[in-house]
Design a protein. Structure first.
Length: 364
């Protein structure tokens, strides 16, 4: 029985060693991936860019903002699900960093940290959080979370819908409202995140929301922007219907689309690339959430930012975040392969940076 007891202790010791080694590897990899290589920074100016700010220094984000106490690899709090979630987000950051370094994709993955980008980033100074808005991926709910954290309302349920997007009343300052030195300080030290979605499905959502349903009644999309796209990109000039998805795709895939973008102003935020919106290769984001896995990503982001005990992400209706392959294929079924390839060429950076696969209907 002594021999059996000794073997038992040896197995326990061996298991403990493996656990320590595993957690050391996880922690080391997490710390390594959290910070981008400053050599990957770029500043490519486009006609869309308004004014560029001074290049952001690659400064380490304080450890507690990336790995809160609840995340420490000790005790019961570090559950198997949390380990899995942490590794998923580490892999996303690693993929992002690798694609940012790909010189062949540089024009599609890099942009200047301009006023246009800084206007998209909302600030919560109280909890040191920056959120980059990427429309059509559930951003309204994240804005509600930040509004509560900033103290404008005590709960998400109390926020009137007409206040959420009223930036004079919702208590959400934009990063562009600060001085250059204050901008750099926040970019270097705050917890930063944004949400992405399959690029083509996001474009379908933007088209339906702005040119078909238009639930918030924003008439300029139908009466100013749609006619401008139709005049330039509709093949059949005798067609009198409103903007069709084919017209929209042709406009977005045109390499010379920017002359219209300038006319449309900030309304283009609903369909421009994630690169143009958030400069993910220039700004060191802490977490990148995916709309398709928002049920898991939302609580992870709240926990990683250290605010999960203060606010909860609103309930997500069942099935709303699931990628709808049938819908995407239906929308693109009547569009020429040439126009689809040109559209993909513009959004290829978004597909590659965030791990979305090229659509099957492009491969056939």
């Amino acid at each position: 029985w002594l021999t059996s007891d000794n073997m038992h202790h040896q197995w326990l010791l061996l298991a403990a060693c493996f656990w320590v080694i595993f957690m050391f590897m996880v922690a080391s990899k997490f710390i390594t991936l959290t910070f981008k290589d400053p050599d990957g920074y770029g500043a490519k100016q486009e006609p869309l860019i308004l004014t560029a700010v001074t290049k952001v220094e690659a400064v380490h984000v304080p450890e507690e903002k990336h790995w809160p106490e609840e995340f420490q690899p000790t005790g019961k709090a570090f559950s198997g699900n949390l380990i899995r979630q942490t590794l998923v987000h580490m892999e996303r950051l690693e993929l992002l960093r690798n694609v940012c370094r790909d010189t062949a994709l540089r024009d599609l993955s890099h942009t200047a940290v301009s006023k246009f980008v800084l206007d998209r980033i909302f600030v919560c100074d109280k909890h040191k959080i920056l959120f980059c808005q990427t429309p059509k991926v559930g951003n309204t709910q994240w804005k509600k979370v930040l509004i509560v954290l900033n103290g404008a309302f005590s709960s998400i349920e109390e926020i009137p819908e007409n206040i959420v997007h009223d930036h004079e009343k919702n208590g959400l300052p934009r990063l562009s409202s600060f001085s250059d030195s204050e901008i750099k300080k926040r970019l270097n030290l705050y917890f930063k995140f944004f949400i992405v979605r399959d690029p083509f499905e996001r474009l379908i959502s933007a088209f339906k929301d702005k040119f078909v349903h238009n639930p918030r009644f924003e008439p300029w999309y139908r009466h100013e922007i749609a006619p401008g796209i139709i005049r330039k990109y509709r093949k059949n000039r005798t067609e009198t219907k409103g903007l069709q998805f084919e017209d929209f795709v042709r406009y977005l895939g045109d390499p010379n689309h920017r002359w219209l973008d300038v006319q449309f102003g900030d309304h283009i935020i609903h369909w421009v690339t994630y690169v143009e919106l958030c400069a993910p290769c220039e700004i060191t984001y802490s977490v990148i959430g995916h709309h398709e896995t928002l049920e898991d990503d939302a609580p992870y982001i709240l926990k990683a930012a250290g605010i999960d005990h203060l606010v909860s992400y609103p309930t997500i209706p069942p099935g709303i975040t699931v990628y709808n392959r049938t819908k995407v294929e239906r929308y693109f079924s009547g569009i020429s392969k040439r126009d689809i390839r040109r559209l993909y060429a513009r959004f290829e950076g978004d597909f590659k940076l965030f791990g979305y696969r090229e659509p099957d209907f492009l491969l056939n």
